[in-house]
Design a binder for this molecule. Structure first.
Ligand SMILES: [Zn+2]
Length: 555
């Protein structure tokens, strides 16, 4: 090109403004939670994605988002994503807490209805009864508008992932249940209706049945072979290749192990495809909502840690499958916006941290088990029986009814001092329930919150523990790695709190904002984009302006 023509062309280009995001509300909101997709995992992988996750790096990128609370688990995290409120306000103190099941003091699961006859913590009826009145996720808000035409669909590898993003008014909510050997829905819903609304349900469940009869673990993608580096975790070895072949001794075990394969997210997205196509989501008169919680990254993180070839295989597989999912939406010419984040972060197996230049990582000692706390109280106060419950090490510890009601504040204050004295080098802080209850709900930059403020953000007065023990940074709250569980999350440290928050819509001018935002900002952000009023006092977050220029998508 001659210089003059080049200059003319260049000036034309300069005069053409960047394509602005259309002012019309999107017709479909796709909200995606990649379970356990930490900011650390995102930063490691963001330059290597080629599929759907690459597309998510071409919109508004908030690489340092926060699930700002201390209880960094799946239930509290999912409860924030589309509701705009923190877990304490939502009523979800943890995945599981201890409380009364009828006459019995027992562990209660966040989305179970413990009043159903025969319900147990492990075998229960899924319900949203524990969610507070303030908890009103996007789908419920849209469905509550006069003359609403919104449809709301949700699908996940976990019941809590689907139910907590879907809300109370969703049209169809599907999740994988190992007991059902496939995807299922609410007990009081009609599975035939689900079959009609999601025609792929039967075929997906048939493929899962085939897998359970003859499991197949695909080979590692070629790009993952240089990640092979076996690491001994107790009697196990991780990092030696693709996921382990499932246990085939009992069908129950094989059905559980399906969750720890790359196949779980593929099945989840097959159902999401079917929900969109069969119901013409995004092509109706209203703005529809599709919530997808992808559980595979979490199961693989727990089973093999975050830095091995197994996680590499999962990232490559998920990225490719999400690319096909978005391509299908494009082919249907749907105007959609995607918000992608995670319910919490994660932390690699300490044994791998040790050989990866971070020897301070460790496993918490059994001396911090609830039984030991029970022993301390028994010796000091003379009370009999089990006095303290906690299924993990650190975090919330609950006093049982064997601790007299009028002595609990005194017992917690004494135990705090004793634990600090005996375990000073293993713990960062101990808080009593009374201390946390006295704190105001934190606001402002979540990176700067004190440890107590983090605990306050997921504190629910009648569901949180009587004391909270914060382990020192880098301690896995489990004494040893076992099959399916070599690494975890759930702490108040940033490796568990920080998650990417990514928005993408066609025509958007990309930008990146590295400073902290929160997952509770997602609802006001989407609400403003759709044009639905989200009163500021109904949420804990704020609208994020997704326009890279002087205009604002926040109204
Ligand atoms: Zn999770």
């Amino acid at each position: 090109m001659k210089l003059a023509r080049w200059l003319a062309a260049a000036s034309l280009l300069a005069a053409t403004p960047a394509i602005a995001a259309p002012d019309a509300p999107p017709k479909l909101v796709v909200a995606i939670s990649v379970d356990q997709f930490s900011s650390d995992l995102f930063s490691e992988w963001r330059g290597k994605f080629t599929g759907g996750l690459k597309r998510m790096t071409q919109g508004a990128i908030f690489p340092g988002g926060y699930q700002s609370h201390a209880a960094t688990e799946t239930c509290p995290g999912h409860a924030t994503i589309l509701s705009g409120i923190r877990p304490g306000r939502a009523g979800i103190a943890a995945n599981d807490w201890f409380g009364m099941r009828g006459e019995k003091f027992d562990e209660i699961y966040c989305v179970e209805d413990e009043d159903v006859a025969g319900s147990t913590h492990d075998n229960y009826t899924v319900s949203l009864k524990h969610l507070s009145e303030d908890w009103s996720p996007l789908g419920d808000r849209l469905k509550s508008l006069p003359g609403s035409k919104t449809r709301v669909f949700a699908v996940s590898g976990k019941d809590r992932g689907a139910a907590l993003m879907a809300g109370r008014k969703a049209d169809q909510v599907l999740w994988y249940d190992w007991r059902a050997r496939g995807f299922t829905t609410y007990a009081n819903a009609d599975l035939r209706t689900a079959d009609a609304a999601v025609p792929a349900l039967k075929a997906v469940n048939a493929r899962i049945a085939q897998w359970l009869a003859k499991p197949v673990i695909p080979p590692l993608p070629a790009v993952c072979t240089d990640k092979i580096n076996p690491v001994a975790v107790g009697k196990l070895t991780v990092g030696d290749g693709p996921e382990d072949m499932p246990r085939t001794d009992k069908l129950d075990n094989t059905a559980k192990d399906f969750r720890t394969s790359r196949a779980i997210d593929l099945a989840t997205l097959d159902l999401a495809d079917s929900m969109v196509a069969a119901n013409r989501l995004g092509r109706g008169p209203g703005t529809d909502v599709l919530a997808i919680s992808l559980s595979g990254t979490d199961y693989i993180g727990h089973s093999y840690g975050t830095e091995g070839p197994e996680m590499c295989g999962q990232m490559v597989s998920l990225d490719a499958r999400l690319g096909r999912f978005f391509a299908a939406l494009d082919r249907q010419k749907i105007d959609y916006v995607v918000a992608l984040t995670a319910d919490h972060g994660g932390f690699d197996a300490p044994e791998r941290h040790d050989i990866h230049a971070w020897p301070a990582a460790d496993r918490a000692p059994l001396t911090l088990a609830a039984q030991a706390m029970s022993g301390l109280l028994a010796k000091q106060f003379g009370w009999q029986g089990t006095l303290v419950e906690n299924r993990s090490l650190g975090g919330d510890y609950w006093f049982t009814p064997a601790v007299p009601g009028n002595r609990r504040i005194e017992a917690a204050a004494w135990l705090k001092v004793e634990v600090e004295k005996q375990f000073g080098d293993k713990i960062a802080a101990v808080f009593t329930k009374a201390e946390i209850a006295d704190l105001p709900v934190p606001t402002g930059n979540p990176a700067l919150w004190t440890l107590a403020q983090r605990v306050r953000a997921s504190f629910v007065p009648d569901r949180s523990g009587d004391i909270y023990i914060a382990l020192v940074n880098g301690q896995q709250p489990m004494p040893a790695g076992i099959r399916g569980y070599v690494a975890t999350h759930g702490s108040l440290w940033d490796y568990d709190r920080r998650v990417p928050i990514l928005f993408w819509r066609k025509g958007m001018t990309p930008f990146e904002q590295p400073l902290p935002v929160e997952t509770v900002d997602i609802l006001p952000t989407l609400g403003s984009l759709i044009g639905v009023l989200v009163p500021a006092d109904s949420v804990d977050g704020r609208c994020l302006d997704l326009d890279a220029g002087p205009n604002s998508t926040c109204k």
